[in-house]
Design a protein around this ligand. Sequence first.
Ligand code: GLA
Length: 450
Amino acid sequence: MSEKFRLITAIALFFCVFRACAADSYDTNTSVLSISSVAVGDILYSNVKITLGDVVSVGSQTVADSYDTYNPVNNQLSIPVVQAGKNTYYSVVITVGKIISVGNSCTGLFTCYNATLPSLADVYAGKFLFGFGGVHDSLVRTKLLQTNSVMQQIVVKHSNIININCFYAGSVHPSSNVWKWDNCDKLLAFADNNPTWKKRAHVAFWPFNSSASLNLQWLLTGSDGQTVNREQAIVLLRDHITTMMTKYKGRFHYWDVVNEAVDYTQSDGIRAGLWKDVIGSDLVEVAFTIAREADPSAKLFYNDFNEWVPAKREAIYTLVKKLKDLGLIDGIGLQQHVGLTSPTTALLETAISRYAELGLEIHITELDVEVNPTGTYTELTPDLAIALSNRYKELFTVYAKYPGSITAVMNWNVIDSSSWLLAFPTAHTTWPLLFDADGKPKLAFWNLTN
Ligand code: GLA
C-alpha cells in the first residue's frame, strides 16, 4: 500500500476518533481500552471500558470501521481499529481481561448502530441531495418495503431523494392496454412516508435497449402485423408516456424521460433501431414534447451512461442543448457507473463542467464503483477498501465543486449484496457501494462523512 493511502487513512481515522465514530482507543499509561461500541449477539453496548487479556492477533488494515464484536464463548473481542498512543492497529483480536464500566446498552443491533451513524443526506445538505436508486430491482424492493429491514433503515436514514425505477416498460406496460401499477404504487407509498424526500421516476422511454421487454418495440406492430407509420407510432408513444405521467401527476419531482439514446458514431447522434426507423431522428424531441404536456410540473431529464467519453459527451451535449432550446428539458442524468481508476476523476470532471455550461440541473443517477471487474478478488481486501474509499471521496469532492449544477447524487442499489453489478456483465463478486452485505458502512462511508 502506498504512503499516500496510509496517510489518507490515518487522517480519516484521526477525524473518526475525534468525531466519536467507531475507532477504539487504548491508553498506554492506564492500560485501559475504551470501546465506542461493541456487539454481543443482538445487543449493542456503547462506551465500554475494559482491561486487556491476551492479544490473539493483529491484522495490517481493516475494510470497515464499525462496532467491535464480542464472543462470550471464547471471551474474544474483535476490534476493527484501535488507536494506541500514536499507533493505529487494525483487525485486532484480544481476550477480555476485566470489564471496568459499560455506558449504555441497546437491543436490536442494526437499528441501534444505524442510529449512531451520521446521515449522508445531512452531511451533504446544502450541496446536493443524496439517495438511492435501483429500488425496484427485485433484491432491493422486497427488503426495502419490509418494515425495519436493514435496507429500509439505511435508505430512510441516509436519503432526501429516491430514484424509483419501476417504470420499465416490461413491468409497467407489458402488453397492449395492460398496465401493472402495483410495484410503483408500493414504492411511491414508501417514499411518501418520508414527506421531505424528492422523488424521481425512471424511466418513461428506453427505446434502444436490446431487451424486448424494455424497448417497447412490440408497440410498433399494428393489428395487421405490419410496422406502424410515424403518426401512428407517435400516438402509441403518447399513450404510453401520458398514461404513466398522468396517473402520478404532481407526485414525482423529476422524470427520466429518455434513457440511453445517444450514439456518437451515427451522423444524427441517435442510436440505430426500429424506433428511429419509424419516427425518425427527432424521436427524443417527440418523447420530451409528450412528457412536457403530460406533467408540466415535473422536471424532465435525459439519462445516459459512459457520459464522460469525449465524443459521446459532445453528442449528449448537442442533443440536450437542442432540447433546452426547445424548452423541453430541465436536467441531465449522469449514470456514473465507474471503475476504481477508470475513467479518471479528471475526465469525469471535464464532462461535468461541460454539461454544467448548459445551465441545467445535473443528477448523478446511478453511481457505483466496480472494484473487481475481472473477478480476481474473492473478498474486499483492506487495500481495495481503501482504494474504494479514496475513489468515493474524490468523486464527492468533485460533485461538491458544482453547487447549483449537481443537485442530487444517488447510489444505484443500497448494500453490496444487492448490486446489479454482481450479475453484470457476467456473475462475479464485487463491492461497489457504501454499505457491506450486512448493511454496515464501509471505509468509503466514513471517508465521505468525516
Ligand atoms: C442502466 C439503466 C438502469 C438499470 C441499470 C442496471 O444503467 O439506466 O435503469 O437498468 O442499467 O441496473
